[in-house]
Design a protein around this ligand. Structure first.
Ligand SMILES: C[S@@+](CC[C@H](N)C(=O)[O-])C[C@H]1O[C@@H](n2cnc3c(N)ncnc32)[C@H](O)[C@@H]1O
Length: 196
């Protein structure tokens, strides 16, 4: 089971192949396109060392990052303090975090880190954390492989998980976000519908 201890051990051993070392260019593109209103409240689940949390804080958004791996949380808090930036970093299992609603959620390598048996719970959790009309900026990891983490986020499965009754999918093609690991992510800005 990939619990907090499992992820913490990965950080301790330096097995952090997901680390980009910089904010994801897809996030920068979405922000530069003006998808987030000035000062928007943004939640980043499974934020890890949180390059995106730092970037969002720099740009004046009210950011909350959550992760249950203590060393990742400590590293992010230290970096925010060093750079004189304000963001809340919560050390918790994300499913225990019940605050919101937020204007937007930035989902990067958290869904693919969770066992697919928990994906329905995660979709419900995301939906409940967003205000109606809020945005889920989602990067769906493409591995083309069995097993995980990272678990392959097949787009047909994503269409079923983030169903049209609850999420408005964009008409535009996805953002392509290559990763140094050789894998890539496909980015979609999904809008939460009012219905639950
Ligand atoms: C693959 S890493 C990605 C980290 C970060 N999003 C990035 O791209 O650099 C997955 C992260 O999710 C965190 N995580 C996994 N399951 C979690 C849960 N149930 N609650 C909180 N954090 C979780 C792990 O501790 C880890 O930091």
């Amino acid at each position: 089971m990939q619990d907090a201890a499992w992820w913490e051990a990965k950080y301790q051993r330096g097995e952090d192949g997901w680390e980009r070392g910089a904010p994801n260019p897809a996030l920068l593109q979405w922000v530069d396109q003006g998808l987030l209103a000035p000062g928007a409240q943004v939640l980043v689940p499974g934020c890890g060392r949180g390059h995106e949390v730092v970037e969002l804080a720099k740009r004046g958004f009210a950011v909350v990052g959550i992760d249950f791996a203590p060393s990742a949380v400590q590293a992010l808090r230290a970096r925010l303090a060093q750079e004189g930036l304000a963001a809340e970093v919560v050390e918790s299992d994300l499913f225990a975090f019940q605050e919101g609603p937020f204007d937007a959620i930035y989902e990067q390598t958290c869904l693919c880190a969770l066992d697919p048996a928990r994906w329905t719970d995660y979709e419900r959790w995301l939906f409940a954390r967003l205000r109606p009309g809020g945005l889920l900026l989602a990067l769906f990891m493409q591995t083309g492989a069995e097993g995980g983490p990272p678990f392959h986020c097949d787009l047909l499965a994503m269409r079923r998980l983030f169903a049209e009754e609850r999420w408005e999918w964009p008409a535009s093609p996805p953002l392509f976000s290559p990763h140094p690991s050789g894998r890539f992510e496909l980015g979609f800005a999904l809008r939460r519908k009012a219905a639950s």
